[in-house]
Design a protein around this ligand. Structure first.
Ligand code: GLP
Length: 259
């Protein structure tokens, strides 16, 4: 794992955006795995600014991590709407190549399997962007998810439903289920880039990086990944035991190889 610690959330977001841009410059037809959640909003704002400055997404194919079961693509709290308004409508990506699971599919399990097949047919994911839940989830792989899981339907924990309640109006209840890429689906990406900011993520981040490999913290599965880059601000890094070492290897979050 490459652990990059930046002083501020703004610097962490800028680092994650520049690593994403680097991937696109090296491979304009890259397949990007995309994430949602509050953490990603400033990252997408930064990518929009990079696009305005000339970065092209015209050749990119994208696959989002997850979607709520029961929400159609125009539901205001759906990740379809989130992605259109945070990113897709502002860049030159081809909407036909932007993939999210259909939350309103008649058979969500079949949709999950078909989604996994679509990722494989696109040649797999080059760069998977990830956030982390306060309970250590990635995508919607809640604690005790199989570390070998494919894309499937997961039952959300009450804590995850509570964390996402602000995105829903009073009239809407937060869905109880989601279609999510599995832990194995995520691990199959050629590069994983996880961004975490803020003190409320510190415990989950410590469990992911320094805790045991355990289904109780699905993000700890990234310990198995040969190329996982974790970008943190100081607050999200604050519970790590080996902070001095990470600063020593990557001063100010510098992304370089040691020799
Ligand atoms: C959500 C998403 C995850 C996201 C996480 C953290 O439930 N399914 O992909 O990483 O929770 O969200 P936030 O960045 O808002 O804390």
């Amino acid at each position: 794992m490459k652990v990059l610690i930046l002083a501020t959330p703004e610097a962490a977001v800028a680092k994650a955006a520049s690593l994403t841009a680097e991937t696109l410059r090296a491979k304009p037809r890259a397949v990007l795995g995309l994430a949602t959640g509050g953490t990603m909003l400033p990252l997408y704002a930064r990518l929009r600014a990079l696009h305005a400055a000339g970065l092209s997404f015209a050749g990119v194919t994208s696959f989002n991590l997850d979607e709520y079961v029961g929400l159609g693509p125009d539901h205001p709290a759906s990740y379809h709407v989130y992605m259109r308004s945070a990113l897709f409508e502002h860049i030159d990506i081809d909407p036909a190549r932007c993939h999210l699971p259909r939350g309103d599919a008649a058979d969500p399990q079949a949709e999950a399997q078909a989604y996994e097949a679509r990722i494989a047919a696109a040649g797999g994911i080059d760069l998977q962007l990830l956030g982390i839940g306060r309970n250590g989830h990635i995508g919607f792989n809640e604690p005790t998810s199989s570390l070998g899981s494919p894309t499937r339907v997961k039952t959300l924990t009450e804590s995850t439903r509570d964390a996402n309640r602000p995105y829903f109006t009073d009239a809407d209840t937060v869905p109880r289920f989601a279609i999510t890429m599995g832990v194995a689906t995520i691990l199959a990406a050629r590069h994983c880039l996880l961004l975490a900011t803020g003190a409320e993520k510190a415990e989950a981040v410590a469990a992911m990086i320094e805790g045991p490999l355990a289904a109780l913290c699905p993000a700890s599965a990234l310990q198995l990944h040969p190329r996982a880059t974790i970008v943190l601000d100081a607050a999200a890094a604050s519970a790590l035991q080996l902070q001095d070492y990470y600063h020593h290897v990557h001063p100010e979050g510098e992304d370089r190889d040691p020799v």
